[in-house]
Design a protein around this ligand. Structure first.
Ligand code: SF4
Ligand code: SF4
Length: 142
């Protein structure tokens, strides 16, 4: 969310959207990459994440992430970045043209609660059991 004096009308409109309508949504969370959950220990860890407030877990573009809702300390009360010229690379790489606002970003899988994750985990285990049974029943090649 730039603090800039010289801006084109497109940039001005983008800033208005970021600042007034969206209120800097992309500056209010961080995400951390996770290994794909395969083992009971992975299930336990994600369940523990989801036991906390303001945490969700999602899978998108073949990667798992934990998302932590937390406002950036550099976002001011007008929803502008106070360190815009020196903002981190991750912020520079964010393409506002690709931004999905006002829709919530869609992920291939998204879990806000342990119950949602439990349902997915149970189905995954069931699919794995079925695959194992099919393999066991398949005739062995010589
Ligand atoms: S999520 Fe999109 S509209 Fe909202 S502040 Fe970020 S770039 Fe602007
Ligand atoms: S450093 Fe600036 S652009 Fe980056 S998240 Fe914080 S307020 Fe937003």
């Amino acid at each position: 969310m730039p603090k800039q004096s010289k801006e084109s009308s497109k940039e001005r409109e983008q800033r208005r959207m970021c600042q007034e309508l969206c209120e800097g949504r992309c500056c209010r969370y961080i995400t951390i990459h996770l290994d794909a959950p395969r083992l009971k220990a992975d299930y336990d860890e994600i369940s523990w994440f989801l036991a906390h407030e303001n945490i969700s877990v999602y899978f998108d573009e073949r990667r798992w992430h934990v998302e932590v809702q937390s406002r950036c300390k550099h976002l001011d009360s007008d929803n502008l970045c106070t360190i815009y010229e020196d903002r981190p690379l991750v912020c520079r790489g964010y393409d506002s043209d690709e931004c999905e606002y006002p829709a919530r970003p869609k992920h291939d899988l998204h879990f806000d609660t342990k119950e949602e994750f439990d349902t997915w985990w149970a189905r995954k285990k069931e699919r794995e059991r079925s695959r194992r049974k099919r393999r066991e029943r398949a005739p062995k090649s010589r």
